[in-house]
Design a protein around this ligand. Sequence first.
Ligand code: PMP
Length: 425
Amino acid sequence: MPAASQAIFDETYENYRAYLNPPLARVMKLSGSPVEISAQGCTITDHTGKTYLDFAGGYGVFTLGHRHPRVLAAVREQLDAMALSGRTMFNPIMGRLAKRLAEITPGDLQISFFANSGAEAVEGALKLARAATKRTKIVATVNAYHGKTLGALSVSGRAYYQTAYAPLVPDVVHVPFGDLDALAAQTGDAAAFVVEPVQAEGGVRLAPPGYLRAARQVCDRSGALLIIDEVQTGLGRCGTLFACDAEEVVPDVMTLAKGLSGGVMPIGAYIARAGAWNAAYARAPLMHTSTFGGNELACAAALAAIAVVFDDDLVTNARERGGELLHGAQTIAARYPAAVAGVRGAGLLVGVELTNEGYAGTIIPELLKRGVTAAWTLNAQQVIRLEPPLIVTAAQIATALHALEEAVGVAVARLGALPPAAVGR
Ligand code: PMP
């Protein structure tokens, strides 16, 4: 490796080790993580000049790949006019984005609030539900992931991330994902039921068919708001524009983030039905605010990103390429049943469940060596997610699958038969 590239690796590793996150620095070094330098489309280039197909995809951020030219152009143009909102005047770009979201989201979802991340979008939705219903209880699902701010963490469903921060936000109840009886038993006095259409961080677990639609009915009967968290699944990821479109379900509140700005600017949002929003805030316009939320740069990026998703029909590409990725990964799973327990997915969100998380510790670095990024899911370390940009080509899918097959083969040859782990931890 040339001295200059070794120097940037050493400097970055040392900064992580000393000033950012020492244990993470060590884990990343052990798994062979390089230093990212630049990116374009589906490709990231590291400090040595090696390129990688980005199948981790920023965990759903890079719907349009990296640095999509139309999003960059929109952000550059906006930068020359105004970067961040002065906050004392109307902001035309934020207004336009809110209108566009009302047009493209299901049913009568209408009023948007803009934040800077997924967790903040969830915080906003939870607060809206309590203020609108004058109830406190929130029903969430076991194994959910909604973010790590205190409210979002409280409705997430993995004790590992929660216990150090107890007591969390009170009056939160978790029910098994997919269990309608448990849901119905808990929603009677609830402000909201918050649920992901696919538990992405939970190991790419798909809702059973009919679950969201039935949950809609349960919420209608009880007066609880249905909050659907599309932070990771929204904007085409799962092969429909929103994952809840597959069941034609209209939530009371939908949360969005990751892919919303096409991978160029951080943004988060919730969009609510007017009735719910008015019940909370008709006379209280400043109850829930964010200084940076809805800034011009992020909103310009989001408007451009939404236009690209439609103009280039990326939802169809997500469905077609997703089918190829799912089928290919299932074929590999069938060849290595001792290591791969199963493969599931919706569109370009595919989870490869291993029989033991030890295999992931070899497969992910072996994929990296072969020029493909992939990642664990946060609640299920035995599941590797494949989540490439929606612009991915059939040839790139084939390349990644070839690398996956080799990486699984190396893991099995090196580790032999590991004892099966409890699935769904
Ligand atoms: N909700 C869901 C469904 C997510 O997948 C995530 C992030 N993985 C979040 C919320 C939190 O988003 P952020 O990391 O931007 O706070």
